[in-house]
Design a protein around this ligand. Structure first.
Ligand code: MN
Length: 498
């Protein structure tokens, strides 16, 4: 997709076009002749990432430019500073977020608690909801082109996608994005289960592919005869992974005959009143199956999903699910938070003005997603920032392992978190490649390398700038063993305080 196509397709305003073109020119120069594993020019990935975001409803030039530039610092000779000079702080901040997220990799695949850590890390690193959305677009395009990668890499990325990013998309109400991420990962992560399911449903899906167009025609005829206003009629076949999960549930017990929504028709209309009117008309023609009418308009699902669902004996007397919803509900069901992203709302949030609770539902969803206790969502209403992790930071070793430390931690805390021995011999630290003082406070996403000295370096001064209980205890223990005189002087006082 050329840049002109992106601009035309999404109707980008003239002022914003300039920014996008400048971002593209910069990315094109920076990536030069780089190719993706699939053989495409690298900039195709940058444009596709931006295209996905715009398709989901996010046409803010800052977000789209950051999407176009997102791989520059990691994959080219141009730095974040170059981006800041040319495009300003905000785009630079977003690109930095993506760069930090890129460092997170699913390593310890066997450890189930690791998934929870990974979720926490993703949110802590992202710091801003826009970064999360750019990352989802980036990941979706990577998944669409994953077949070009070596097997091992596919395994890691697909598992990470299934466990972390698809579930993140679900939390943000992005049902379509979630479905696609899951379906792209499913055959790679669970090839046996996937193949079994495909064999099992193959004939049903083939039948559906013939039946849905006929059923569509019939329903359109009925709606027209009854002067029902509708905007669009879609046929959809259930996502494979979602079907797989449904069949795992005890009430289905692997029985495909108990699943009624393998294929469905979706009627899109313009008002809530029309949703109910259309339901009434369709029930007149197609006998509903008792107990299978769901009114998610009156009672939305916990993630905010709204729609009417009914299972009927449809055209030709066959079981079919019909879903009826407004255009707005449809966009929200597919693209969630991104679909009602309005630049003006975003500006309000930035300026600390109140926006409607509904628009910030994602805050609550995200906080639940990573299972952290948070107070009332009101606390976060004034900011776009994801700051559930005010008290923790995540820092990387040069190899990319992650250490979770309390806020205010220094190189010494980090050294002790890696290994007690490294802490004791901590002679210096490099933060993001730069030699730094031991007491320098670490920030989220920093890469820290400890310079090991030949002799122990522990000193009482370290207690002034270490924040983690574990490092402090180890320092005290060391001092007690190795310089009893020193430690005794303050121990009694310390005991009194207790
Ligand atoms: Mn990328």
């Amino acid at each position: 997709m050329p840049i002109q196509e992106l601009i035309r397709k999404h109707g980008i305003a003239p002022d914003d076009q300039k920014t996008l073109r400048a971002a593209f020119d910069f990315a094109e120069k920076a990536h030069g002749n780089q190719k993706r594993a699939s053989g495409e020019p690298y900039t195709q990935h940058c444009l596709e990432t931006a295209n996905l975001l715009a398709t989901w409803g996010m046409k803010d030039p800052m977000i789209l430019s950051a999407a176009i530039l997102h791989d520059v610092p990691e994959n080219t000779d141009n730095t974040l500073d170059d981006i800041r000079k040319k495009f300003g702080d905000e785009i630079c901040f977003l690109v930095l977020g993506i760069t930090k997220l890129g460092r997170i990799k699913l390593r310890n695949q066997k450890d189930p608690t690791y998934i929870e850590t990974l979720k926490r890390m993703v949110l802590a690193m992202a710091e801003d909801i826009r970064v999360v959305l750019i990352k989802l677009a980036d990941r979706l395009h990577n998944m669409r082109t994953i077949s070009a990668l070596p097997y091992e890499k596919q395994q890691r990325i697909a598992r990470e996608t299934l466990e972390v990013y698809a579930s993140l998309a679900a939390r943000l109400g992005m049902g379509e994005v979630r479905g696609e991420l899951e379906d792209l990962s499913f055959p790679i992560v669970m090839p046996k289960e996937y193949n079994r399911l495909v064999t099992q449903v193959k004939s049903r899906i083939e039948n559906a592919q013939h039946y849905i167009p006929r059923a569509k025609k019939e329903v359109i005829k009925i709606l027209k005869q009854n002067d029902m206003k509708f905007l669009e009629l879609k046929g959809r076949i259930k996502h494979m992974y979602s079907l797989y999960q449904k069949l795992q549930r005890p009430e289905y017990d692997g029985d495909l005959d108990k699943v009624f929504d393998i294929n469905a028709l979706r009627v899109i209309t313009n008002s809530v009143e029309n949703c109910y009117a259309i339901l009434g008309i369709l029930h007149k023609y197609f006998r509903p199956i008792p107990g299978r009418i769901k009114d998610y308009i009156a009672v939305p699902k916990p993630n905010g999903y709204k729609s009417l669902h009914t299972n009927v004996f449809g055209p030709e007397g066959k079981y079919i699910e019909i879903q009826i919803r407004t255009q707005e509900m449809d966009a929200e069901a597919e693209f969630g938070i991104a679909s009602h992203w309005e630049y003006s709302e975003f500006e309000k949030i930035k300026k600390g003005k109140k926006v409607s609770q509904k628009k910030l539902e994602w805050v609550r969803q995200l906080s639940e997603w990573q299972k952290d206790e948070v107070g009332s969502p009101d606390e976060f209403f004034e900011s776009l920032k994801i700051d559930f992790f005010k008290n923790r930071i995540f820092v990387f070793t040069p190899k990319g392992d992650v250490k979770d430390l309390p806020d205010g931690s220094s190189c010494v805390d980090f050294a002790f978190a890696v290994h007690t021995d490294l802490g004791i011999n901590c002679g210096g630290g490099k933060i993001n490649g730069k030699l730094s003082k031991l007491e320098t406070i670490l920030k989220n996403g920093d890469v820290v390398e400890i310079v090991r000295s030949k002799t122990p370096k522990v000193s009482r001064d370290w207690l002034k700038f270490t924040a983690s209980t574990s490092a402090r205890n180890k320092i005290k223990n060391y001092l007690k063993k190795n310089s009893p005189g020193l430690i005794e002087r303050w121990t009694p006082e310390f005991m009194k305080r207790k």
